[in-house]
Design a protein around this ligand. Structure first.
Ligand SMILES: [Zn+2]
Ligand SMILES: [Zn+2]
Length: 136
């Protein structure tokens, strides 16, 4: 993990500052998507602006990825650090579960990229609905 992280920073000629290390460590430790607010709360020793800047850089180089949920979003580790997957989110209580990439989706993305002659770098496929508890 740490090695992959160091390599990724190196590749983009970024130094491994303590602040960057801490932000990465928070995601490793939590193993779940965090909102910007969760992250800022967890980064006690780093000022807000720095946290935003780090997230911005991490998103660009793929350390983190954004999970869009309507107009809000959460952040989680990118595919280098976590197996590629998608999320299903409860619109009532916010419960969130992960599911693996369906094969047809993979195939569809490949077909679309071919048709449009795009090299696809990322995609999102997020489902929203009511969870078991909230359906009762
Ligand atoms: Zn729910
Ligand atoms: Zn996918």
């Amino acid at each position: 993990m740490d090695q992959d992280f160091n390599q990724l920073l190196e590749k983009h000629r970024l130094s491994n500052t303590n602040a960057r290390k801490s932000v990465f460590a928070i995601f490793i430790k939590n193993q779940k998507p965090l909102s910007m607010r969760d992250l800022i709360a967890a980064c006690k020793d780093i000022d807000r602006v720095t946290v935003y800047r780090i997230v911005d850089v991490f998103e660009k180089i793929g350390v983190l990825q954004r999970i869009q949920q309507g107009w809000k979003y959460k952040l989680e580790l990118g595919d280098t650090f976590k197996k590629h997957h998608h999320h299903i989110t409860c619109i009532s209580c916010g419960a969130q579960e992960e599911f693996d990439e369906p094969e047809w989706l993979d195939n569809e993305v490949a077909a679309i990229s071919k048709k449009h002659q795009f090299s696809i770098q990322q995609h999102s496929f997020e489902l929203r609905g009511l969870c078991r508890n909230c359906r009762k």
